[in-house]
Write a protein that binds this ligand. Structure first.
Ligand SMILES: *Cc1c(COP(=O)(O)O)cnc(C)c1O
Length: 364
């Protein structure tokens, strides 16, 4: 396999230092390793802009969906009901989780190219007084659209609901004032904007809220409450095997985030990448699917330029030139996606655009 730059939203391109951090075997019982876990949990709280007395970071083995499922399955009591605002595949996945877990849910569905709208959610809430919790995806990676959590979450909190935000693809790439917005559960994973490798996910949870969820979980492995109890009581020990190498990589990735200047600086780089990409692609004749005011800096969806556009050939030729992109996920529009998160810099975007121009010349 020839090496390539991953322009996909996780796994994504990581730095050499992050990969090298994994070249050690450590014991899960080693106090030095546990101290790395504890420091990492503290650093996560800082990224989430929360106070350690009010919030806790819970780490969980598996990909991001495991943490979403653990959060839903732990947060909702037997008589709870989750309202899910849906405008893409990750919102739909939460509905599926509720169905399988036997949790009552109300889906409020929007078009995939439209942001979630507060007034529509509030109206639905009046028809559904049984709703106790509210969940929304921040950046719907399906399209790259940003949902307005800054208006949605405080409003849902005012109505007495417990709030869950899937910030999988935005945490550490877009500043989020978790406490100020009244987010009770904020979910992300090691292999997105944190720029680590896949292997675990995490939830920033309001202590007062998660500490009231004992006995809720529908699963032993996905019991977020129990995982937090163990991590707290044993100072960074995980229940069950800890993904040690992945944690070492994540700790290094956290150092790199700090060295870069924190989330604000990383956000600026991603925005620069995205702007360069969008402008360059437009010049090459590609239209964006999401309107500029709703488009996030994480991933961009492009319409096929022609009805007979050969995406498989386009993909293969780009891969041969050192870039791997993503197929589209929008239901109604033939599209593909290009991510600009990870160890990816404006110069990489410029090289990508040159390669796309070359490939397009061979396709016509
Ligand atoms: C990546 C992602 C997830 C989790 O997907 P996994 O494949 O389980 O890691 C969930 N929500 C969003 C918005 C994502 O981008």
């Amino acid at each position: 396999m020839t090496p390539y730059l991953l322009l996909t939203p996780g796994p994504l391109t990581t730095s050499a230092a992050v990969k090298n951090a994994m070249m050690r075997d450590v014991s899960t019982w080693d106090v030095d390793y546990n101290a790395i876990v504890e420091q990492f949990r503290k650093d996560l709280l800082e990224v989430a802009q929360v106070d350690a007395t009010r919030y806790a970071a819970v780490l969980l083995q598996g990909s991001g969906s495991y943490a979403v499922e653990a959060t839903i399955g732990t947060a909702l009591p037997a008589d709870g009901c989750l309202m899910i605002a849906v405008n893409g595949a990750y919102g739909r996945r939460m509905c599926e989780m509720c169905d399988i877990l036997g949790i009552k849910s109300v889906a409020i569905t929007f078009d995939e190219t439209t942001p979630v709208d507060l007034a529509t959610c509030e109206q639905a809430l009046m028809a559904h007084p049984e709703v106790t919790h509210f969940a929304v995806v921040h950046c719907e990676t399906t399209t790259g659209i940003l949902n307005p959590i800054q208006t949605l979450i405080p409003a849902m909190h005012r109505r007495g609901l417990i709030t869950i935000v899937d910030a999988m693809s935005s945490f550490a790439g877009i500043p989020i004032h978790t406490d100020a917005l009244h987010i009770d559960y904020l979910i992300s994973s090691a292999n997105k904007c944190l720029q680590g490798v896949p292997g675990f996910a995490f939830v920033i949870a309001r202590r007062r809220v998660i500490e009231a969820t004992s006995g809720n979980a529908r699963s032993l492995s996905l019991d977020l409450f129990d995982q937090l109890q163990t991590m707290d009581a044993h100072h960074g020990k995980w229940r069950f095997t800890s993904p040690t190498h992945v944690v070492l990589a994540a700790a290094e990735a956290m150092r790199e985030l700090q060295d870069e200047g924190g989330v604000a600086a990383r956000n600026q780089r991603y925005r620069d990448n995205q702007r360069r990409l969008a402008e360059g692609m437009r010049r090459l004749g590609f239209d964006l699917i999401i309107a500029a005011q709703d488009q996030g800096p994480i991933i961009t969806s492009f319409e096929y330029p022609t009805a007979n556009f050969d995406f498989a050939e386009f993909y293969d030729q780009l891969k041969a030139r050192g870039f791997v992109i993503y197929p589209g996920k929008v239901a109604k529009i033939a599209s593909f996606r290009i991510g600009n998160i990870g160890a990816v810099y404006p110069a990489d975007i410029d090289r990508l655009l040159e390669s796309i121009a070359q490939v397009m010349a061979t396709l016509v």
